[in-house]
Write a protein that binds this ligand. Structure first.
Ligand code: C5P
Length: 350
């Protein structure tokens, strides 16, 4: 079969994530930080198109020529393609085209999601073009993903997932229902590495003595374990109260309010404490989301994106339009259950 025929390109939707709470622990010996978070995939996405031709090498292109997307070997899609070819012992010239819609340095996991979409698409295209001697096993996929970045493995799970370790250790949670939401994207981008460094500076200050007296392996800030316990109880209550445990809820109003109860239990994103003082406009946008009727608002990851959860799609649409009138880039969307995530991932007809 000839390479580069239309059937040799596979297009995959690369969905974003938000964090429903994010607790940052102390710095580890390897320079990373232990964290606890609930990841949730959402419907906003980039599109990744992968094709394989004769020859060798990896080529990255950005369809909308966003200058913030690197096109060299530092791109997460490049690093992923390299590892997949290596692991499968496959040869060929790999072209990855990124249709960038998600914010860069936005805390929505776009670069991580792009890399996982590259893995999925490349395996599919190699399967179509030649007889693969082997396919990647589940554990290999997770290992490669974690090598490329802490936020990648969650995109091999989708839906609602608990993230621990440096964020790469993921456990699928029974899916929370699809909830209407608004994503607000400020002009600024936030570097994750920088945000962690600022977190270190913060905890080395007034809380240093307190932190030193506790076990570095654990989340050590006062109240963190109590709040985690409360979140755990709320999650169990939601699960035991749901007649279809593990299955996405239909209709969503009761289940949706249960999710809102869960996030209102007191879960917070620690990065707000270091990112808001540096970018006060982000706190203003959070306030604007609250005033527009959001039931729960938060920074996603280390930002700069803020999100709000709403009771209905109409409320979310109205709020997004209100924010746009205030000059904030805002879009109404919804969270994606695991089933929706995988069902919608493949783009048919390219
Ligand atoms: O894993 P990833 O490459 O996405 O991480 C980017 C940077 O963020 C790391 O180099 C590290 O400085 C910081 N980080 C951290 N603790 C984590 C995840 C990331 O300190 N749990």
């Amino acid at each position: 079969m000839a390479y580069n025929s239309p059937s040799m390109t596979v297009a995959v939707r690369s969905f974003a994530k938000i964090n429903l709470g994010l607790y940052v622990g102390a710095a580890r010996a390897d320079g990373y930080h232990d964290l606890r978070t609930v990841y949730q995939t959402i419907a906003l996405h980039d599109v990744i198109r992968v094709s394989v031709g004769r020859g060798s090498g990896i080529e990255i292109a950005c369809k909308n020529k966003d200058p913030r997307v690197p096109l060299d070997s530092s791109n997460t899609c490049y690093r992923m393609a390299e590892r997949v070819l290596d692991e499968l012992g496959a040869k060929g010239r790999v072209s990855v085209e990124i249709e960038k819609r998600l914010p860069v340095q936005g805390g929505l996991g776009a670069a991580s999601s792009n890399a996982v979409a590259t893995m999925v698409a490349l395996e599919l295209v190699l399967k179509k073009t030649r007889t693969l001697k082997k396919k990647l096993s589940g554990p290999t996929r997770l290992r490669i993903a974690a090598e490329v970045g802490s936020d990648l493995p969650l995109f091999l799970v989708g839906g609602t997932a608990l993230g621990v370790g440096r964020g790469e250790e993921v456990y699928p949670l029974p899916d929370l229902p699809s909830v209407p939401m608004v994503v607000a994207v400020p002009e600024v981008g936030v570097s994750t590495a920088q945000a962690f460094a600022e977190w270190d500076a913060l905890i080395q200050g007034e809380r240093a003595a307190e932190l030193r007296s506790t076990d570095g392996e654990r989340l050590t800030r006062p109240g963190a374990s109590d709040r985690l316990f409360e979140v755990g109880c709320a999650l169990s209550a939601w699960l035991s109260g749901s007649p279809n445990t593990g299955a996405p809820a239909k209709g969503g109003s009761r289940a949706g309010s249960l999710l809102l109860d869960l996030v209102r239990t007191g879960i917070e994103n620690d990065f707000e404490k270091v990112v808001f003082p540096q970018y006060p406009e982000l706190r203003d946008i959070k306030g604007a989301l609250e005033r527009a009727g959001a039931r729960y608002t938060s920074l996603s990851g280390s930002g700069s994106t803020l999100y709000g959860l709403f009771r209905s799609p109409a409320d979310a649409a109205k709020a997004a339009s209100r924010l746009r009138k205030q000059g904030v880039r805002a879009e109404a969307t919804s969270t994606l259950t695991r089933q929706q995530y995988w069902k919608k991932s493949l783009v048919t007809g390219r």
